[in-house]
Design a protein. Structure first.
Length: 432
């Protein structure tokens, strides 16, 4: 043999050895792969088993009535046969009918959670009754053999129970059927026929198992797909909730001053339209109050813009704490704010604005550039808006409270000046 032929043979030997090793490795990992397969993972999940239990229960409810009817038909046929042994067969048939009806009645009650046990009892009862009929009535031996060969396939088609249950049932059924074929107490079959019947029975059992696995696999895949769809729907619903949350947050951001948390000019314009509608519909009155921090530029110049931002935030927080649920504060720009109050009278507006002014003073934030107080104070100008003011624009409303604010600043700051709707000006003296 040449060296080339030796090399080819050596390569073939190595290839065969590697394939054998791969086969052994595949066989070794087969149990793990089976456990990790979709068939096992989904088939053993509690949710799928619950659904499968309901399917088995529904199939048994119908199947038990069919079995009772079929056995009753066979029972009627037995009356036309001669022989004393038909009495035994009829007794087995009556017992099978009673067993089927009892299990049918118990299935939605005591056996509700155990439909596989009921199915096992009835199907094995049918198998035993069929074999007993063949033994008791020799003339029905051939029909009995046919029934025993067909029954495994019917069970695979009708009962969607667990694979483990089906395998155990096939083992038990094999003992009944093989015992009938091999023992053949009536000598209805020759030795060759008995061998053929056993072979056909094994084929029927294998077909039953294969059919069960195929149907079970189809159900598992359908269940897995439905679960995937359900997960996607749940994610879509969660995404919609998150999208709505983000949208709401963006809506708030678009209408909120990012520094102080007060409403911005856009939010003010929207709320003023609502105020107009409420005044027009209910003849109610509102108070508009413009707030300006006294000498705020000195805070930025002396303490820095960071300190100025902190002052704005604390002032807005104090104002919001003082306001009621239906009131709101808006930032017009810089250190200027506007408060919308639902008040019925000018006296109520005066009391509300005074509470706002004293709430800011109560913060006791140092402001060396604001003599003689030496701390943060505010000047405020307000006006009552009623039915008579609906003919004015929003800018005219704001211009009115702006004039009142400038009067408060001209009169010494840290005070409130109010203008009643289309009436005289009311001054509120500074609180010591």
């Amino acid at each position: 043999m040449s060296s080339r032929e030796n090399a080819i043979e050596s390569r073939r030997a190595r290839t065969a050895a590697s394939r054998f090793v791969a086969l052994l490795e595949s066989l070794r990992t087969l149990p793990a792969r089976v456990r990790e397969s979709e068939y096992q993972q989904v088939g053993l999940s509690p949710r799928f088993r619950a659904i499968q239990r309901r399917r088995v229960r529904a199939a048994c409810r119908v199947g038990f009535l069919v079995v009772a009817a079929a056995v009753a038909f066979d029972l009627v046929a037995l009356f036309g046969l001669e022989g004393g042994q038909t009495t035994v067969a009829m007794a087995f048939s009556i017992g099978t009918i009673l067993l089927s009806l009892v299990c049918w009645w118990l299935l939605p009650r005591r056996l509700r959670r155990y439909p596989e046990i009921a199915a096992w009892i009835v199907t094995m009862g049918v198998a035993a009754s069929t074999a007993a009929t063949g033994v008791a009535v020799p003339s029905l031996a051939v029909q009995t053999a046919g029934y025993l060969l067909v029954l495994p396939g019917l069970v695979a088609l009708v009962l969607p129970w667990r694979t483990a249950t089906h395998v155990l049932w096939l083992f038990a059924y094999t003992f009944v059927a093989v015992g009938y074929f091999v023992l053949d107490p009536n000598g209805a079959f020759t030795a060759s026929e008995r061998s053929d019947l056993v072979v056909v029975l094994l084929v029927a059992l294998g077909a039953s198992l294969a059919g069960h696995v195929l149907l079970q696999r189809s159900q598992i895949r359908s269940f897995a797909q439905l679960e995937s769809i359900r997960v996607l729907q749940r994610r879509a619903a969660d995404d919609m909730v998150e999208l709505e949350r983000v949208h709401h947050a963006l809506e708030l951001t678009a209408r909120t001053d990012p520094l102080t948390g007060a409403g911005n000019r856009r939010r003010l314009d929207e709320d003023l339209r609502a105020v107009r509608a409420h005044i027009n519909r209910s003849n109610f009155t509102y108070g508009l109050v413009e707030i300006d921090l006294d000498r705020f530029k000195q805070v930025n110049d002396l303490l820095g813009h960071g300190a100025g931002d902190a002052v704005l935030c604390r002032v807005v927080e104090a104002v919001q704490t003082t306001l009621r649920a239906n009131d709101a504060v808006y930032r017009l720009g810089g250190e200027e704010f506007l408060v919308v109050l639902s008040v019925p009278t000018i006296e109520g507006l005066a009391a509300a604005t005074e509470r706002l002014r004293t709430a800011v003073m109560a913060l006791e934030m140092d402001h060396p550039g604001n003599p003689p107080h030496g701390r943060i104070t505010v000047s405020m100008g307000g006006s009552l808006i009623g039915q008579a003011d609906l003919g004015l624009t929003d800018e005219q409303w704001l211009h009115r409270v702006d004039e009142a604010l400038y009067r408060a600043k001209d009169l010494g700051r840290n005070r409130v000046e109010l203008i009643a709707p289309l009436v005289a000006v009311r001054d509120i003296a500074e609180t010591a």
